[in-house]
Design a protein around this ligand. Structure first.
Ligand SMILES: *[C@@H]1O[C@H](CO)[C@@H](O)[C@H](O)[C@H]1NC(C)=O
Ligand SMILES: *[C@@H]1O[C@H](CO)[C@@H](O)[C@H](O)[C@H]1NC(C)=O
Ligand SMILES: *[C@@H]1O[C@H](CO)[C@@H](O)[C@H](O)[C@H]1NC(C)=O
Ligand SMILES: *[C@@H]1O[C@H](CO)[C@@H](O)[C@H](O)[C@H]1NC(C)=O
Ligand SMILES: *[C@@H]1O[C@H](CO)[C@@H](O)[C@H](O)[C@H]1NC(C)=O
Ligand SMILES: *[C@@H]1O[C@H](CO)[C@@H](O)[C@H](O)[C@H]1NC(C)=O
Length: 665
């Protein structure tokens, strides 16, 4: 008999002797070969603008957040980073800029995904990179709403992004996708494969089609298509794959999964699917939407993310359970390891997987998540039961000689508020390759030969605080670190730093809306462009901004307060919008589309001339100034009572903004 392992946490549990009465026996071995290659666990930045606020964090907090996500043997230690290939359109929590706004335009320094990929690589040079488009600039489709009408153009656009990643950032993109959660086109996939091969990007694998398993039906009957596709990626598969998907012999990935209403409790769902996507569905990679909840909380899916960092102004961030659940797998495995064939369900609910590097290392991950603690948003699950139980693991084959295993443990208990994530327990001593353990419900255990695991930590970040009540930005950044001004969250259109050295006055550095045609959209973009900023709870605000309409006769711009919707609901955003137009008129509306007009009249405004707009909202009343003079007053604003501040344009048109200032009470 082995001596029982010493229990560092006051004997709450017992990892014990070779035989535990009533324990079910699970044999783990590699006799007769290994199972499929494991491809890693990932996080998804984008789809869309989900990392928007991260870039504006001060150091050291920004680096700390990145360490929790990417640094090996520290936190989530992710194996894969998947990013959106920005397409200038709304893709859930905002828009991300395209590297080609127009046909004759190319710029590989827009947005923050390049930066994020470099930060990830800095920490883990082996991290795999994936790019996937959600939306496309209009020129791709020559006015049509599909990216497949001119497959050569789309393939050129996508391969340019991959090429630019290498040329300007020395980033090797490992995989590229088709069109997120939209139709795929067989011809386009073939054209994309040929284009990649032609420009020396043979090593970039195609993942298709980031939707259902449906594409497998086509791969089975079309050998050319099958050759072009390296990986079948499905979204929110509910841990199962289709039989045709398995028949293709392709690698199967859950290329987007997780999605929780609240990442404080979301770790339970993540733990269950990380094991069961393989056990039930033969999937060898799972990628979380999203990487980091780094966008205003009141946008859709506010607390979805492996952790939360949505307060660059305070430096506050929160490391939630999904980070530690990820660590249970990522810190003790690597892409290129193999699953053992001996994996499965536990007798009384829950699951176990085992992986090896083929050189003697073994990692076993066991989860006993109950239904109540592991519900993801999608898909709905029938209730399932998991009970307290005992397990004996018998190691055979090359693992028979293993004498000790390191042990990491998580216990969820939200009801008692006593969850404990990723703590190391004392080693298990195996007897004749065997060990037994009692399993409580809602636990995750990792037993491993890898000794480098670590629960990384930093001193507590600053406390949470609300967005500053007095906030100004003159956009005078000579060498902007990013193309977007801090804290502005574009919801339709793209607002970028702009420099006009021929400007004689103080408008050399401005913020410019640059999308001039409705993109091939993914969500319901508004017909107007809009970027929101500030605190959603704000009620009484003073907003001042210099504005330049660039489009003669039809152009127009606005500033707004109490903007109450964003993301895919942006078309329906209400608030108080103060517009001026190139035709010499102004308008005050209660909504973004301008259906409810509260006031209107002559303003004498025109294109090509800077104007200063001031909007004051106090209680039920609002008034507006133009160039410092009262233009309209006593406009009643009963609804909404609160919301963000915003700037924007009448349509997809160029316009500039400068000397933005908000005061809120
Ligand atoms: C371990 O295996 C050896 C040889 O098969 C056997 O003699 C011994 O009793 C076993 N020990 C335990 C604790 O089961
Ligand atoms: C999928 O997994 C099941 C259960 O582990 C296994 O029996 C089957 O062979 C696997 N199928 C493929 C195609 O890998
Ligand atoms: C296990 O992995 C470690 C570190 O990755 C390596 O040094 C070691 O040689 C591997 N094999 C065994 C049997 O531990
Ligand atoms: C849960 O416990 C933590 C300390 O472990 C405490 O800070 C927090 O306020 C508790 N939450 C609730 C809802 O009781
Ligand atoms: C740049 O400034 C010059 C001089 O004021 C002006 O004529 C021109 O329209 C400006 N260009 C843009 C794009 O704003
Ligand atoms: C807005 O400006 C007016 C006039 O200066 C002032 O009375 C009011 O307090 C200001 N409101 C806020 C929220 O700062």
């Amino acid at each position: 008999m082995a001596a029982p392992a010493r229990a560092p946490t006051a004997g709450l549990f017992l990892l014990c002797c070779a035989a535990l009465a009533g324990a079910a026996v699970y044999v783990l071995h590699d006799e007769g070969g290994l199972g499929p290659e494991f491809d890693g666990i990932g996080g998804l930045s984008g789809g869309g603008a989900t990392s928007r606020l991260l870039v504006n964090y001060q150091e050291p907090y920004r680096s700390q957040i990145l360490d929790y996500l990417f640094k090996p043997n520290f936190g989530a230690s992710l194996h894969i980073l998947k990013v959106e290939i920005g397409g200038d359109a709304q893709t859930t929590d905002g828009t991300e800029p395209s590297h080609m706004h127009y046909e004759d335009d190319e710029n590989y320094f827009r947005g923050y995904e390049w930066w994020l990929m470099k930060e990830a690589k800095k920490r883990n040079p082996n991290i795999k990179l994936i790019g996937l488009p959600w939306a496309f600039p209009a020129w791709i489709g020559r006015g049509e709403s599909s990216p497949y009408s001119y497959p050569d153009r789309t393939a050129y656009y996508i391969s340019s992004w991959i090429h630019g990643a290498k040329l300007y950032h020395n980033l090797d993109i490992d995989y590229v996708g088709i069109w997120n959660e939209r139709s795929y086109d067989k011809k386009y996939i073939l054209v994309l494969r040929q284009s990649l091969d032609k420009v020396g990007l043979k090593n970039v694998g195609i993942i298709a089609a980031d939707g259902s398993w449906g594409i497998a039906n086509d791969l089975i009957v079309d050998p050319y298509l099958s050759d072009a596709v390296e990986i079948i990626g499905a979204h929110y598969p509910g841990t199962v794959s289709s039989s045709n998907a398995r028949k293709t012999g392709k690698k199967l990935w859950s290329s987007e999964d997780y999605s929780t209403v609240d990442n404080n409790v979301g770790g339970g769902c993540w733990a269950r699917i990380l094991n069961q996507n393989y056990v039930n569905g033969n999937m060898t990679s799972t990628i979380a939407w999203n990487l980091l909840a780094s966008y205003y909380k009141e946008l859709p899916f506010g607390l979805d993310g492996l952790m939360t960092a949505d307060e660059p102004w305070s430096g506050h961030y929160e490391v939630q359970s999904p980070i530690w659940i990820t660590a249970h797998t990522t810190q003790f495995t690597q892409p290129g390891w193999h699953y053992l064939k001996t994996v499965g369900h536990l007798e009384k609910g829950g699951s176990y997987v085992a992986l090896t590097d083929g050189k003697g290392n073994l990692t076993i991950i066991v989860e006993t998540m109950t239904h109540d603690h592991s519900i993801c948003i999608r898909p709905p699950l029938p209730p399932f039961k998991v009970f307290q139980q005992k397990a004996t693991f018998q190691l055979l084959g090359s693992f028979k000689q293993i004498e000790t295993l390191k042990v990491w443990h998580t216990k969820f208990d939200f009801y008692k508020n006593s969850s404990k994530f990723f703590s190391q327990h004392s080693d298990i001593k195996l007897v004749n390759g065997s060990f037994s353990m009692p399993l409580e419900v809602d636990e995750i255990w990792t037993m491993t030969t890898i000794s480098t695991g670590k629960r990384g930590s930093f001193p507590e970040p600053p406390p949470s605080s609300s967005f500053p009540k007095d906030y100004a930005d003159d956009f005078n950044v000579k060498i902007p670190p990013f193309s977007e001004a801090p804290n502005f969250a574009d919801q339709t259109g793209v607002f970028e730093y702009f420099m006009n050295y021929s400007d004689p006055g103080d408008h050399v550095f401005t913020l410019r809306q640059v999308v001039t045609q409705r993109p091939i959209t993914w969500a319901s973009d508004a017909d107007q462009t809009i970027s929101v900023i500030g605190d959603y709870k704000w009620q009484d605000v003073n907003i001042t901004c210099d504005v330049l309409i660039e489009t003669a006769s039809t152009g127009g711009v606005f500033i707004a307060g109490r903007v109450n919707k964003g993301g895919g609901l942006i078309r329906h955003a209400e608030g108080l919008y103060y517009w001026i137009f190139a035709d010499g008129n102004y308008k005050v509306t209660n909504d973004l589309p301008g259906n409810t007009v509260l006031a209107s009249g002559k303003s004498g405004t025109r294109a090509g001339k800077w104007h200063t707009l001031t909007l004051r909202i106090q209680g039920d009343l609002a008034y507006g100034l133009l160039n410092g003079c009262l233009l309209w007053k006593d406009v009643r604003v009963v609804h909404p009572r609160n919301g963000w501040a915003a700037i924007g344009t009448r349509g997809f048109e160029l316009a500039q903004f400068d000397n933005f200032h908000i005061q809120a009470s």
